[in-house]
Design a binder for this molecule. Structure first.
Ligand SMILES: NC(=O)c1ccc[n+]([C@@H]2O[C@H](COP(=O)([O-])OP(=O)(O)OC[C@H]3O[C@@H](n4cnc5c(N)ncnc54)[C@H](OP(=O)(O)O)[C@@H]3O)[C@@H](O)[C@H]2O)c1
Length: 485
């Protein structure tokens, strides 16, 4: 143990032993950024490239070619990411065949100049309506073919379709031009260190897995709560709503990490195979059933937000009860909730264990004792905590709940990096472990679709609250309550 690895937290002392890192260096490549003038490029992609460059994690031979309709000044672009050595811009209309011919010529020239051997990543940071036509045009121009001894990869941003039919149609278009190993679908939640930590926690330790099942776990709560409203993305959000925006992708991906069986290796296909088994085991829902297990809400004032339709029926909140039909999880409900304009910003996975079956303290029934709860805090204050019952100091027999808390920043002396850094590096490395596979889309859309088709009522909730009262009732009906993170 290195002495500098010892750190002290309030009421807690913990040590970190130098860990082992699995490090790979990406091969030389070029990255074509469609939608360079957009919000995502400015807020996430260029800063992530800058971060990777500053840490020396970009390939030694590398360039970025921005692309879009807008006139973009190359010098200004370089100032946004000074750590990226070759940064260029090509102006063109996504609908014009000439753009793709220009792109092909420019790529050849830059590939030769930077010695990137023809390896190229196309990053489609574009409105989703353009995924289909741009993939088609790239394919028609021959830009998606893999030259001998070089690779071509394409990154798609979410949303991957807006329902099952459109997701399947996009998947078919992609399949016409690309092999699955060339396709990277961004789900930035999977790039967060604390989310990946669920896998490390479960499968790099031997003490948790034996209790990770219906015998010991009472239920699981997955919450992604946002304090902000729709902001500048109102146009997109109002057409999507929270089920498409959060549940089909992030929420079900988080659930899969908690519920999956141990993969035989931390390899893309093995991890993704196990997730698919979880999605296939989700108990199908019938929205017509009373107590159907879904509450949809919309915050008061949403319809007056700029960019939102006056009679909008978009849900800004959902709480869902999900069951997984297999031996491990039979009878264990997974409660998922996510929404906007809530009391605070917090994302966490809470695994709530069963209470003790019998209390040896005569005055205390098992109900007086709190259930052990293991919480993975995804944001903010990333970390892991475990509540246990402990004796309070003193001559009397007093028991109280104690929280053992591991704070990521405090323990490691730094905040976890932006998810986009990790995911972009994985694209360059050709590691698809953290990217949803095509069959995951089909399974998750199939699960969500009946909810989208049903005309369910929207429960209003006050901005700054924890969501509609009906969401509380969903758990109260089963003798449980939402945690207030
Ligand atoms: N922004 C986020 O926080 C966020 C988060 C998660 C996922 N995403 C996804 O990431 C992708 C990009 O998001 P974004 O917020 O960066 O989008 P955006 O700013 O609306 O658009 C990106 C770029 O696409 C081009 N564009 C926009 N509308 C177009 C149209 N009708 N026809 C042709 N080109 C058009 C524009 O570039 P030019 O005018 O220069 O061509 C624009 O700068 C989307 O699929 C989005 O769903 C975004």
């Amino acid at each position: 143990m290195s002495p500098e690895g010892l750190r002290h937290g309030p009421g807690l002392k913990f040590s970190i032993r130098e860990g082992l890192c699995i490090e790979h260096k990406p091969q030389p490549c070029g990255l074509v950024l469609f939608g360079t003038s957009g919000d995502l490029a400015a807020r996430k992609i260029l800063p992530a490239l800058q971060g990777l460059g500053a840490q020396g994690l970009l390939p030694e031979r590398f360039f970025v070619l921005g692309l879009g309709r807008a006139p973009v000044d190359e010098a200004a672009l370089r100032r946004q990411a000074p750590g990226v050595k070759g940064l260029y811009y090509l102006r063109g209309d996504y609908g014009a065949a000439a753009t793709y011919q220009d792109l092909g010529r420019r790529l050849k020239e830059l590939s030769a100049r930077h010695g990137t051997s023809g390896n190229v990543i196309f990053y489609l940071a574009l409105p989703p309506d353009l995924f289909h036509p741009v993939t088609h045009k790239l394919g028609a121009a021959g830009l998606l073919d893999e030259p001998t001894r070089a690779w071509t990869r394409v990154v798609f941003e979410k949303p991957f379709g807006r329902d099952l039919t459109s997701a399947l149609s996009l998947a078919a278009e992609i399949r016409d031009h690309l092999k699955e190993r060339q396709v990277y679908r961004m789900d930035h939640y999977l790039g967060k260190d604390t989310v990946q930590n669920v896998l490390m926690f479960r499968f790099a330790n031997s003490i948790f897995e034996p209790v990770w099942k219906r015998t010991y776990i009472d239920h699981v709560q997955i919450s992604v709560l946002e304090a902000e409203g729709v902001g500048h993305r109102a146009g997109y959000y109002d057409r999507s709503g929270v089920l498409r925006d959060m549940f089909q992708n992030h929420m079900l991906q988080l659930l899969a990490l908690v519920a999956m069986e141990p993969p035989s290796s931390f390899a893309a296909e093995r991890v993704r195979d196990e997730k698919i088994k979880v999605f296939k085991a989700l108990k199908p829902i019938d929205p017509a059933q009373p107590g159907r297990g879904l509450v949809l809400g919309q915050y008061s004032g949403y319809r007056s937000e700029p960019g939102v339709a006056a009679a909008s029926a978009a849900p800004t909140y959902a709480a869902m009860r999900v069951e997984i039909e297999n031996w491990r999880w039979e009878g264990v409900p997974f409660y998922l909730r996510s929404g906007k304009r809530l009391a605070g910003r917090a994302a966490e996975i809470a695994v709530v264990f069963k209470k003790v079956p019998h209390s040896m303290f005569r005055e205390l029934s098992p109900d007086h004792l709190e259930a052990n709860t293991l919480v993975f805090r995804i944001q903010p204050d990333e970390g892991v905590s475990l509540t246990i019952e402990a004796k309070k100091p003193g001559p009397k027999t007093c028991i109280g709940a104690l929280t053992m808390d591991f704070d990521y920043a405090e323990a490691f002396g730094e905040h976890p990096p932006e998810a986009y850094q990790r995911l972009l590096l994985d694209v360059m490395l050709g590691d698809q472990t953290l990217f949803p596979r095509e069959d995951a889309l089909e399974e998750t859309w199939s699960f969500i679709q009946p909810w989208l088709d049903a005309d369910l009522p929207l429960s209003p909730y006050a901005p700054g609250s924890f969501g509609p009262a009906e969401a509380d009732a969903l758990l109260e009906a089963e003798g449980r309550a939402w945690r207030q993170p």
